[in-house]
Design a protein around this ligand. Structure first.
Ligand SMILES: Nc1ncnc2c1ncn2[C@@H]1O[C@H](COP(=O)(O)OP(=O)(O)O)[C@@H](O)[C@H]1O
Ligand SMILES: O=P(O)(O)OC[C@H]1O[C@](O)(COP(=O)(O)O)[C@@H](O)[C@@H]1O
Ligand SMILES: [Mg+2]
Length: 324
């Protein structure tokens, strides 16, 4: 190895998302292609605390582009998110000569990346989360696959709801972000959609909407509820008691996080991973790779983390207008 060879690392952190593997592959291949040594870090930031890393070669990332999950595993690490944890992680990077890290994850992981950059290791964030909750980016890797899974599942639920003239209340993921619920709702023709960003009233936003559609002859109903709103079992009981419509609750859960990534997730992940390596090549850190106006760009991580997330009110209004 030449003295000047640059070493970088890549890790996946937070909830896994389909397409993370494609991003890892892009980082490894782009880095090696640019003459760098590339380490894969296992189990998110924990790998930097435990020395759980491995040098990758071109074949280490073969046959993973179509796989869900992440070959590097992932974790939520409380130990890392402390001043001591961050220092230890930075010291470990220095001990193996790593000067830059690509962090593939969500907003929490980006906060961790900012801390690591402040401790002297350049980090680049790549948005990888099914939640689509990175304010600075129109898109996060994993969202498209998760959405396609969610709509397939709700379509199946509709088959049985229709056969029984029932109301099906479906909880989709998203603790603080209603994007999955909104898009699943519009794509499956849900009569009502409840998200954490929009204040709701059960009588007005669920019961009245069901009654109105019932008047025009509809006999089965889908209500999509974001995880952050919750309470689907109670809501199903309430609809049944209040309207006499037999109701069932389904929590889709982690089924939404798995599965082979879609075309969009594979392509965007590849573009974003490549961009992250280009930045590290120029010794640039503390940046987030994002999609803006359909293009892959990069932003200062502080700016990115300070941006308020804007919920798509227009799309919500459209859904509420046409799902009747
Ligand atoms: N404020 C923070 N400072 C340092 N590290 C953080 C911070 N917030 C999150 N992290 C690290 O990033 C990990 C992933 O964050 P989390 O919010 O669980 O997932 P995601 O990145 O998908 O949003 C955390 O377990 C923690 O190790
Ligand atoms: O894996 P867990 O701990 O069940 O977490 C569930 C959460 O993870 C997600 O699937 C993804 O969120 P993150 O990308 O922020 O980790 C959320 O939609 C959900 O609220
Ligand atoms: Mg998150």
């Amino acid at each position: 190895m030449s003295q000047t060879q640059k070493s970088i690392a890549v890790l996946t952190s937070g909830g896994d998302a389909p397409g993370m593997n494609a991003a890892v592959r892009a980082v490894v291949r782009a880095g090696i292609n640019k003459g760098m040594k590339v380490y894969g870090v296992y189990r998110g930031y924990n790998g930097l605390l435990n020395g759980d890393v491995e040098e990758m070669n071109l074949r280490s990332v073969s046959d993973i582009i179509g796989n869900g999950g992440t070959m590097l595993y992932t974790a939520r690490s409380e130990e890392y998110a402390t001043p001591q944890g961050i220092q230890r992680a930075a010291d470990f990077c220095r001990s193996i000569g790593v000067s830059g890290v690509v962090v593939i994850g969500g907003d929490g992981s980006f906060r961790g990346a900012r801390c690591l950059t402040n401790a002297g290791i350049n980090c680049i964030g790549v948005p990888g989360t099914i939640d689509n909750d990175i304010a600075c980016s129109e898109y996060t890797v994993g969202f498209d696959t998760a959405m396609n899974t969610a709509i397939q599942m709700v379509d199946r639920i509709r088959d049985t709801a229709q056969s029984h003239d029932r109301c099906s209340i479906v909880e989709v993921m998203g603790r603080r972000c209603g994007d999955i619920a909104l898009q699943t709702g519009i794509a499956t023709g849900a009569t009502a959609i409840l998200v954490p960003e929009v204040q709701y009233n059960i009588e007005r936003d669920v019961i009245a909407r069901i009654i109105n559609t019932q008047k025009t002859g509809k006999k089965h109903f889908i209500v999509v509820v974001a995880e952050g709103v919750g309470g689907v079992r109670d809501l199903a009981k309430y609809v049944e008691q209040r309207l006499g419509i037999e109701s069932r609750a389904t929590i889709l859960g982690h089924v939404q996080r798995g599965g082979s990534p879609t075309l969009r997730d594979r392509v965007v992940a590849s573009e974003m991973g490549f961009k992250a390596v280009e930045l590290l090549e120029q010794n640039i850190g503390n940046r987030v790779v994002a999609m803006q106006g359909g293009k892959i760009v990069d932003l200062d991580i502080n700016e990115a983390l300070d941006m308020p997330r804007v919920f798509d009110e227009e799309l919500y209004k459209i859904a509420m207008t046409i799902s009747i």
